[in-house]
Write a protein that binds this ligand. Structure first.
Ligand SMILES: Cc1ncc(COP(=O)(O)O)c(C=O)c1O
Length: 285
């Protein structure tokens, strides 16, 4: 696992490792970039049980090479879990093609479910029979409504369900999933690349002269759907942007993250956002 993976991922893995008496091996990721294939190759060995990485890094937007790193893990006899929180609905993902083992992600980013909408899991079909849901809840049981004594997992992927699903959180997903299906992930990715290219160009022209630094990969093919910029004033400035109706994320210690949802963000909005950052920044530098 890498030092720049999302906190939930790191804390979960730390907890599991402590419980099982396993050692965690950290890949030191560059916060402005991400885990490269070469770094993964240097860290994975025949002593590795499982590799846990984000496909798109939450801070920098770095897009890891899913196919190559999955192959590296398998060559050493390890399993791989991909975090797809920033991938679902923004970049093409081919878990079956890569031969990935497991993946998980949230639906409150590019899938528009809103905070608290359900997570999703992917389990390669070859693992269905041998995988056990450690939190055995009623809906993962075969014939759940029999309420019978003794847990017996349902067949197939349904065995990974645990408790009652958050139905209200799932409702907004329906519309977005239909839209993603209709537009197609390739077309979404094309728009997304154009948006991030545009954001980077606007940054170079309007913000770089004021000391702002690009903290995302400069090459579009190594970048997911968001762009992060850094400046020491961004913590304070984010509050003022929010008050003015421009809503970026702040990511410590000094990152301003522009989440450019491809289907709903226009180029004009990107420019307006970057201009708003500039207007606030000229007041303090
Ligand atoms: C890469 C990544 N993983 C996980 C999470 C959050 O996971 P959870 O909602 O389960 O804490 C996020 C949230 O922003 C994220 O960006």
């Amino acid at each position: 696992m890498d030092t720049d993976n999302f906190p939930t991922d790191r804390y979960l893995v730390e907890g599991i490792a402590a419980e099982r008496g396993l050692a965690l091996r950290w890949i030191e990721a560059d916060p402005s970039s991400g885990v490269t294939t070469a770094q993964a190759a240097g860290a994975i060995s025949e002593r590795t049980a499982v590799v846990v990485l984000s496909h798109v890094a939450y801070r920098s937007g770095y897009l890891a090479d899913g196919a190559a790193i999955t192959e590296l893990a398998h060559r050493s006899g390890a399993l791989i879990v991909w975090d797809l929180c920033h991938s679902a609905g923004s970049v093409p993902v081919a878990l079956d093609e890569w031969g990935a083992d497991f993946a998980a992600g949230c639906t409150y980013k590019y899938l528009n479910g809103g905070p608290g909408s359900p997570a999703f899991a992917y389990v390669a079909e070859r693992h269905h029979e041998s995988f056990h849901q450690p939190v055995q809840g009623w809906l993962g049981r075969r014939e759940a409504f029999e309420m019978a004594l003794g847990y017996e997992p349902a067949d197939g992927v349904r065995r990974f369900v645990s408790g009652t699903p958050p139905i209200f959180g799932m409702l907004p997903l329906r519309g977005m999933l239909a839209l993603v299906e209709e537009a197609g992930i390739q077309a979404i990715r094309e728009k997304s690349v154009k948006l991030t290219e545009f954001a980077v160009a606007a940054h170079r022209e309007l913000l770089e002269p004021l000391g702002v630094v690009l903290a995302s990969p400069a090459e579009a093919e190594r970048r997911g759907g968001h762009v992060t910029l850094e400046h020491p004033a961004f913590r304070e400035l984010t509050q003022r942007l929010w008050a003015g109706g421009v809503i970026p994320d702040f990511r410590a210690p000094q990152g301003l993250r522009m989440g450019l949802s491809p289907l709903s963000t226009s180029f004009g909005e990107v420019l307006r956002g970057v201009e708003a950052v500039r207007e606030e920044l000229v007041r303090v530098v």
